[in-house]
Design a protein around this ligand. Structure first.
Ligand code: LRH
Ligand code: MN
Length: 431
């Protein structure tokens, strides 16, 4: 069954027809330059065509801060409309075939209907995200934690929610559960930090026991926020220890915005690969804290250095290497569809640059402690304009050579503004 296409395929073809000749020339030139370095462009393009990253369902609506949220006219109002927008990103960019949902934000009465709706657009479901960081009416409060709360009843409520997420995921064809908890403290002395982690492990053992065969559970660490003095799962070390305590199907998820500003994230990635506990990523960018900015928009070299470790592992066939790639961003001042299109391309760019690193030259420079040559070997790859390869991969996958231009020309957002009437007055988190 050919997937439904929210954007008129004729419009994509019209745009591509205008750009094809220049792309062919640029692609041929890149091929010549790379061949001089012993790199086969066709092999690179084929790898880019297989590259995929999941869209966060919560990323297609406009985000906000505690100060304010400025809704976009025509933004999705429910999970079905979110999937429509995800289908636009997949139709034009051809690198985001899956969506990572978040519950209860994406809760529906009929999961079968949701699955069929997604399938009609050729979209599948990636890791399920549980949510024990917000209170629902009539529920025990997570004010003082969830899986680590001192009150067993609250812990059991949080465990039950995660078990429900697993059941939901099984019906949606997902194969992983991401558990991020904001549990922690705001004052020194407020929390017994050892007991809190013991309670975490006790709760997670119940959740992990319910993880189906072939599934994985991802532990997502975060340095701070909402807790502002201590966070129970604050860093990769704690996440790693817990994963090794909980089972072989439990791995660590690295959200790029969840570290102190100067953290060497690529080294964390290399460690988790080495010890077969790298479950996946929430890609985004940041300047200060967990800013959830567009991937590659602030520090594209950081993303490249992470992919340099990932490609090294991919090429050497590192045991147990199967990271799940997902975006996790909040779009406060851009159209979410455009930001997600650009962010998927930013990942393809970092991946492609890492693929063209001369690894033999890098290895011999490292072995001979030639620091300058080693760093230059990476710089040589980063300085290469690989856009023609990314565009060609997208075109060969049936996408748009310039996805944002087609999206704007389609006036999709304007059409949805009238189809999705809603109150656009911005609200803030601070009362
Ligand atoms: C926590 C987080 C987590 C999601 C949430 C939306 O900061 O990164 O991955 O559950 O954002
Ligand atoms: Mn995240």
């Amino acid at each position: 069954m050919t997937p439904r296409t929210p954007i008129d395929p004729e419009l994509v073809a019209k745009h591509n027809a205008r750009l094809e000749r220049d792309l062919a020339a640029d692609y041929e030139h890149l091929g010549v330059v790379l061949a001089r370095r012993g790199v086969d462009l066709e092999k690179i393009t084929a790898r880019i065509q297989r590259f995929a990253v999941a869209i966060p369902s919560w990323g297609v609506g406009s985000g906000g801060t505690r100060f304010a949220r400025f809704p976009v006219a025509g933004e999705p109002r429910n999970v079905f409309e979110k999937l429509e927008d995800c289908a636009v990103i997949q139709q034009l960019g051809r690198a985001t075939p899956t969506v990572s949902p978040h519950f209860p934000w994406d809760r529906v009465d009929d999961l079968r209907e949701l699955l069929e709706f997604a399938r009609s657009y050729g979209i599948a479901f990636d890791a399920i995200n549980s949510n024990t960081f917000e209170d629902l009416p009539g529920q025990l409060s997570y004010k003082f934690g969830s899986l680590t709360h001192t009150d067993r009843a609250v812990r059991e409520q949080a465990i039950a929610h995660n078990l429900e997420c697993i059941e939901t995921g099984k019906q949606l064809g997902s194969r992983a559960l991401t558990v991020w908890i904001g549990d922690g403290s705001n004052f020194p002395g407020q929390l017994n930090m050892t007991k809190a982690l013991e309670r975490y492990l006790e709760s997670m053992r119940v959740i992990v026991a319910a993880i189906p065969d072939g599934w994985r559970a991802f532990i997502e660490h975060k340095l701070y926020e909402p807790a502002l003095y201590s966070t129970v799962i604050a860093d990769w070390g704690t996440s790693y220890i817990c994963a090794t305590q909980l089972g072989a199907n439990v791995q660590c998820l690295v959200d790029l915005g969840h570290h102190a500003p100067t953290t060497n994230i690529e080294q964390i990635v290399s460690r988790l690969i080495q010890f077969q506990r790298l479950g996946g990523f929430h890609f985004n960018d940041s300047k200060y804290g967990d800013d959830d900015l567009d991937t590659g928009s602030v520090n594209p070299f950081q993303i490249f250095l992470v992919f340099n470790e990932l490609v090294d592992a991919e090429l050497r066939g590192a045991p147990g290497f199967a990271p799940a790639y997902m975006l996790d961003q909040s779009h406060n001042v851009t159209d979410p569809v455009e930001s997600l299109l650009e962010s998927a391309v930013a990942l393809q760019r970092a991946y492609t640059q890492a693929l063209i690193v001369d690894r033999d030259a890098l290895n011999s420079a490292q072995e001979s402690n030639d620091a300058l040559l080693a760093n230059r070997t990476l710089q040589n790859a980063v300085r290469m304009d690989v856009e023609p390869a990314i565009k060609m991969a997208r075109k060969r996958n049936g996408g748009a050579i310039d996805p944002v231009a087609v999206f704007r020309d389609s006036r999709y957002r304007q059409c949805k503004a009238s189809a999705r009437p809603q109150d656009l007055t911005g609200k803030s988190g601070i009362v």
